[in-house]
Design a protein around this ligand. Structure first.
Ligand SMILES: Nc1ncnc2c1ncn2[C@@H]1O[C@H](COP(=O)(O)OP(=O)(O)OP(=O)(O)O)[C@@H](O)[C@H]1O
Ligand SMILES: [Mg+2]
Length: 323
């Protein structure tokens, strides 16, 4: 299957604050906030939603086309992504700016405070799917990106009758009700977390049932409680995959999406696809950074079978490996 994953491509600067943010947020002083958190650890990682999703899809043996705009500092990142099989021919480089950068500080309770510099991502609206790829993709994923780019890509998919998954996640706070309604219109699927689903419902005035009535596949992730799946309005739930230890939550949602998309593109059931997503999410949680995990397909299948039952469907991963 020919999948184009569109969205942010960024560098992540991850910091760890050895305390609790909530100890420093004093209700009486919230009208004037000037806080500095002294962090004892900082690491720089590959990141950006579209790149994170594509990376884990690469580990799963897929070759997604990554579409997004990057700056002049992209060279080593391209080499990294191509190394796991991601097709970067659809990435566009803007030489006079830097690649988008995400600065995130995580405290002892896994609360996070983040800032995002859009950099080259602000140019994403200048490119259509047709500008970067001459063929017709089977599926397009519209992940967080410049808001106009997200709108344009959804519109292009509708016009060209290309199946798309709307994944507005981190951009939900930035998008208004009308933009969200437009983005969802004609989508084959939508993936958001529970908080984002609430925000979308409030902003658009659409209930979950009304969203289900227009989107065949709706997935609402529930953090450590797993995910709720709605297929043509019918609800199922999947649990999380047991993790060894939670080291860093950054990118867990992206890992989940990679597995989900992999399963759906193979034509597996929504439940099995989400379970593959749950295991990908577990791998992400166990490392610092959204692209620090590694697994081979046989390792993935063996681990999957310690907690979930695929009734042999994942054997195709093992055949792909030996082919
Ligand atoms: N504590 C956990 N243990 C195991 N799996 C988890 C845990 N938290 C999240 N996951 C897995 O990751 C999926 C996505 O998590 P979540 O709903 O937190 O996404 P998110 O809020 O979009 O995350 P992100 O911070 O990446 O944006 C869940 O559906 C679950 O499968
Ligand atoms: Mg998310």
């Amino acid at each position: 299957m020919n999948i184009i994953v569109t969205g942010s491509i960024a560098y992540d600067y991850l910091m760890r604050f050895p305390g609790k943010f909530t100890d420093h947020l004093i209700r009486e002083h919230l009208h004037q906030v000037s806080l500095s958190f002294l962090v004892d650890d900082m690491t720089k990682h590959w990141g950006g939603v579209a790149a994170n999703i594509s990376f884990t899809m690469g580990l799963l043996g897929m070759h997604p086309k990554l579409m997004g705009t990057v700056g002049r500092d992209f060279g080593d990142y391209r080499t990294w992504l191509e190394g796991v099989g991601v097709d970067c021919s659809t990435v566009r480089q803007i030489d006079h700016v830097f690649t988008a950068s995400f600065f995130v500080n995580t405290d002892l309770e896994n609360n996070q405070i983040a800032s995002f510099y859009s950099g080259a991502m602000a140019f994403a609206k200048n490119f259509k799917l047709a500008d970067v790829y001459a063929g017709v993709p089977d599926l397009v994923v519209i992940s967080p990106n410049d808001p106009t780019a997200m709108m344009n890509l959804a519109e292009e998919c509708r016009t060209r009758n290309i199946r798309f998954i709307y994944d507005p996640s981190q951009q939900v706070p930035r998008l208004n009700g009308e933009e969200l309604r437009q983005g969802m219109l004609g989508a084959h699927g939508m993936v958001v977390n529970a908080y984002e689903a609430e925000m979308i419902a409030t902003k658009t005035g659409l209930s979950i049932e009304q969203m289900c009535a227009q989107i065949p596949v709706l997935v609402i992730t529930q953090g450590k409680r797993g995910a709720h799946l709605y297929e043509n309005g019918e609800k199922t739930e999947v649990g999380v995959f047991p993790v060894d230890s939670i080291i860093d939550p950054t990118g867990v949602g992206d890992g989940f999406r990679a597995g989900l998309l992999c399963g759906l593109s193979h034509g597996w059931s929504l439940k099995l696809s989400a379970e593959v997503g749950s295991l990908c999410a577990a791998y992400v949680l166990e490392q610092v950074g959204p692209q620090s995990h590694q697994f081979t397909l046989p390792e993935f299948v063996a681990r999957f079978r310690t907690a979930f039952d695929d009734a042999g469907v994942l054997d195709s991963f093992l055949k792909a490996e030996s082919a």
